[in-house]
Design a protein around this ligand. Structure first.
Ligand code: S3P
Length: 428
């Protein structure tokens, strides 16, 4: 499906952010290995999270949808998963394959996990290495670098492991394997990544603590089912934040957004670029911070984004790059080489597409330089099969007078199935 978008001038109104993808995945995984019934409210029924649901169904977990966004998971306990009768399919979802690898490392059966064409190209050595150190036997393509992964779990031992790349998926895989290990498991991270796994593990009764850049987990006999209400996804809200920020006279209220401090780099950066963002009604939901955000559009200026903030906004860089193209002056993004191994090579995808809109962009090995302030023109751009590229480019298209086309835009269903309808509702 191609999306045809006409440039508008203002974003006005109110939306509710769709449920958080990272937290939705974790609710299924922990619900499945907890004892008892876990009810999940505001689950994200998008393709990535549905891949996680299907993987656990294949391992004998009864998961029922009471409504499109309400899940009931009959947890069978830490040792209650069954050997699947064929490969588990993670689709496009890095979170599914990497976190699930951690859980499979602790099982007494062998299972294979695979995914779509994009997932088969993404690095898996980063989970294979620590899980093997814990005692799992894992085979993968090219000597364990890529999926499909065949994981033979067994008796694991806790490890102390410093993450070589800032990755919440790797951290989470190790912690989930740590549930099955003998002794304590410690993950050391130089730059803090999203801590939803830690928060939810604590919510389900595990013994976990974090301090001074170290996360420690001690195994418990069981996890207890818990009720989970998933906050809105700041990574999905980000497209609307930028749409409002770059179109003058815009005023947008985004309700129920998760503002876990490990995810709020987008707010810090947009404010630094001159955007007026107000945070209202802060509250805590299952240990996660939630709030309403009010964004007012006015002119933006360029900025530098590097170092410790990168993991706090890694998924938002495609749309931040769009904001930079509409800002006055230069924006430099560095230390973001991880973008090359996401659902697409996002550095290349952003540079190619923004140039088609007429922006002045230099590609760096680990980032981008964008010189803003040029007048942009409508264009035909490519999603590269990557949901966040499609949505970021839709925000650009909406902000340029004339008609633009985003090719193969159906991939938005990976994380935000109603994206185009929501965009249509608030643009005038
Ligand atoms: C995620 C972690 C991040 C992020 C991804 C979701 C998670 O990936 O980019 O979209 O749910 O843990 P990495 O951990 O690979 O950086």
């Amino acid at each position: 499906m191609d999306a045809i978008l006409e440039g508008k001038r203002r974003i006005k109104g109110e939306i509710t952010a769709p449920p958080d993808k990272s937290i939705s995945h974790r609710s299924v995984m922990l619900g499945a290995i907890a004892e008892g019934v876990t009810e999940v409210e505001r689950f994200l029924p998008a393709d990535d999270c549905l891949s996680t649901v299907e993987c656990f169904r294949k391992m004998g977990i009864d998961i029922r949808f009471d409504a499109p966004d309400k899940l009931v998971i009959n947890g069978r306990g830490l040792r209650g998963l069954k050997k699947p009768d064929g490969p588990l399919y993670a689709g496009n979802s890095g979170t599914t394959i990497r976190l699930l690898s951690g859980i499979l490392a602790g099982q007494s059966f062998e299972a294979t996990i695979t995914g779509d064409e994009s997932l088969l190209k993404r690095p898996m050595g980063r989970v294979v290495e620590p899980l093997s150190m814990m005692g799992a036997v894992i085979e993968g393509a090219c000597g364990g670098k890529y999926a499909p992964l065949t994981i033979r779990g067994g008796r694991l031992r806790g490890i102390r492991y410093e993450l070589p790349v800032a990755s919440a998926q790797v951290k989470s895989a190790i912690l989930l394997a740590g549930l099955y290990a003998e002794g304590e498991t410690t993950v050391i991270e130089k730059h803090k990544t999203r801590d939803h796994t830690e928060i939810m593990l604590a919510h389900f009764g595990s013994r976990i603590s974090a301090a001074d850049g170290e996360v420690r987990l001690t195994p418990v006999d069981k996890l207890s089912a818990g009720r989970v209400t998933v906050p809105g996804d700041i990574s999905s809200a980000a497209f609307f934040m930028v749409a409002a920020a770059i179109n003058e006279d815009s005023e947008l209220l985004i309700k129920d957004v998760g503002i876990n401090p490990t995810r709020t780099g987008i707010i810090d950066v947009l404010r630094k670029m001159g955007c007026d963002i107000k945070i209202h009604d802060e509250r805590i939901q299952n240990g996660e911070k939630v709030a309403n955000l009010f964004i007012k559009g006015n002119g933006l200026c360029g900025t530098t984004i590097e170092g410790e903030i990168i993991p706090r906004l890694i998924d938002e860089i495609p749309v931040i790059a769009v904001a930079a193209a509409f800002a006055e002056g230069e924006t430099v993004i560095r230390d973001a080489g991880e973008l090359r191994v996401k659902e697409s090579d996002r550095i290349k995808a952003i540079a190619d597409n923004l140039r088609r809109f007429g922006a002045d962009v230099t590609e760096l090995e680990d980032g981008l330089i964008i010189r803003g302030g040029r007048s942009l023109k409508p264009a035909e751009v490519e999603s590269f099969g990557d949901h966040r590229i499609a949505m970021a480019m839709a925000v650009a298209a909406l902000s340029i007078p004339g008609v633009s086309k985003i090719k193969n835009a159906e991939c938005v269903k990976i994380s935000f199935p109603d994206f185009f309808e929501t965009l249509g509702k608030v643009s005038e």
